[in-house]
Design a protein around this ligand. Structure first.
Ligand code: ADP
Ligand code: RBF
Ligand code: MG
Length: 163
């Protein structure tokens, strides 16, 4: 079988931020499905169910980028998956945030604040977990590139985040 990787745009969204963004989400970090995302190098902090449903009122399912903060710590880039994880055929909607920083501890139950600033792509099914991880790493590059613009940088200093 020939496996090709489709080329993807490495910057998304406009220079300016347009509705429905910014979308603010907040909650205590929940335990997820325990599939070992951490072992794959991509731990995801799961948002509470009610917050996921609230997010879905403004956002379709898919992969997003923005800023995230744990408690009153630094604000980091984040990528978020909102949806049904077709690769795993979830029966429950989830909102999972991967923060682009290496933490030396877990933060289950802690306060997570997220500002979503743009959409990257729809959720996909994959033929292997390696293909999924490859795409998530591209998502991280896309998020960093897209957020380097000044309109996006401004939100890092939003009063929504704790100082
Ligand atoms: P679960 O299935 O319980 O969500 P994961 O393997 O996805 O397990 O790990 C998620 C947990 O890892 C988070 O709840 C958080 O406590 C911790 N964690 C450590 N580093 C990060 C990070 N950079 N981004 C998100 N979560 C992280
Ligand atoms: N799961 C899917 O089934 N399809 C996807 O397209 C998908 N994209 C994701 C993108 C990002 C940025 C993140 C953080 C997760 C994504 N997931 C997706 C969820 C993934 O299956 C879940 O985090 C696993 O636990 C990773 O091992
Ligand atoms: Mg998780």
């Amino acid at each position: 079988m020939v496996v090709t990787k489709h080329s993807r745009p490495l910057v998304v969204g406009g220079e300016q931020i347009e509705g429905p963004y910014p979308v603010y989400l907040q909650g205590h970090v929940q335990h997820g499905f325990g599939r070992g995302s951490k072992e794959l190098g991509i731990p995801t902090a799961n948002l509470p169910e009610d917050e996921v449903h609230r997010a879905c009122k403004n956002l379709k399912t898919g992969v997003y980028f923005g800023w995230a903060q744990v408690n009153d710590g630094p604000v980091y880039d984040m990528v978020m998956s909102l949806g049904w994880n077709p690769y795993y055929k979830n029966e429950k909607l989830s909102g999972e945030v991967h923060i682009c920083h290496e933490f030396d501890h877990d933060f289950y139950g802690e306060d997570l604040r997220v500002v979503v600033l743009g959409y990257i792509r729809p959720e996909r099914d994959y033929s292997s977990v390696d293909a999924l991880i490859y795409d998530i790493n591209v998502d991280i590059t896309v998020a960093k590139n897209s957020m380097s613009r000044s309109a996006y940088q401004k939100f890092k200093l939003s009063p929504f985040f704790r100082s």
